[in-house]
Ligand binder design. Structure first.
Ligand code: 5GP
Length: 221
């Protein structure tokens, strides 16, 4: 997307920058889905990466929008054809990020948000480090995490128990992330995420159009 001169997050006359890859991880119930949704509503320059998964579709989910729902054989084919930027097994199902849309977005200066776990963040860090920022959301307490999981009403007791157990494993990886936020209040957390992204967009290394612009300043035609 072309930066507008009135966009406070785009420096004037800097036409190009590389797209930013923003990983948002958290234990389920820490508010990642809500924050992602609000972030995209507030910032149309960001789109969500659509992962492939072998898990069954939940009520209300749309194939191709929430996930690309595939069977085990198809997922394995995608692995063998190196179609994933990263993939992992989470809650006994396989999840993976298709690589092609990610590469295209970075080159076109479009930002992408990833709702993936620590295993995926680690793999993207290894392959796409310079375009990547990683943000981890912590719940304000374990009691609040459990309350939020139950309030969703989508999972049965066994699933909630396994998600609570997995939450501890996920939280263990907080220190591998660039930014760590405690999601106590939704709007404050959203503002913090937007502040991080605004700053990261302005990094010199991301502003690929800046060289030419600065040249016009120091040696005007
Ligand atoms: P859910 O099944 O609730 O949508 O997601 C379960 C977990 O899988 C979440 O922690 C989510 O971040 C993670 N996840 C979703 N898509 C991917 C993916 O493509 N790669 C990885 N590594 N994790 C994913």
């Amino acid at each position: 997307m072309d930066p507008s001169p009135t966009d406070p997050e785009s420096p004037p006359s800097s036409p190009q920058r590389r797209g930013l890859l923003v990983v948002l991880s958290s234990p389920s119930g820490a508010g990642k889905t809500t924050i992602s949704r609000l972030l995209m509503a507030a910032d149309p320059a960001i789109t969500m990466s659509v992962s492939a998964t072998t898990r069954p579709m939940r009520p209300g989910e749309v194939d191709g929008h929430d996930y690309q729902f595939v069977d085990d054989a198809r997922f394995q084919n995608m692995v063998e054809a190196s179609e994933f930027a990263e993939y992992a097994t989470v809650f006994n199902h396989r999840y993976g990020t298709p690589a092609a849309p990610v590469r295209a977005a970075v080159e076109a200066g479009r930002d992408i948000l990833f709702d993936i776990d620590w295993q995926g963040a680690r793999q993207l860090e290894a392959s796409m480090d310079k375009d990547l920022i990683t943000i981890f959301l912590l719940p304000p307490s374990i009691a609040e995490l459990e309350r939020r999981l139950r309030a969703r009403g989508t999972d049965n007791e066994a699933v909630i128990a396994s998600r609570m157990q997995r939450a501890a494993d996920e939280i263990d990886h907080w220190a591998e992330y660039n930014y760590v936020l405690i999601n106590e209040e939704r709007d404050i957390c959203l503002a913090q995420v937007r502040t991080i992204i605004a700053g990261e967009r302005l990094k010199r290394s991301r502003q690929s159009g800046l060289n030419d612009f600065v040249r016009t300043l120091v040696s005007p035609a």
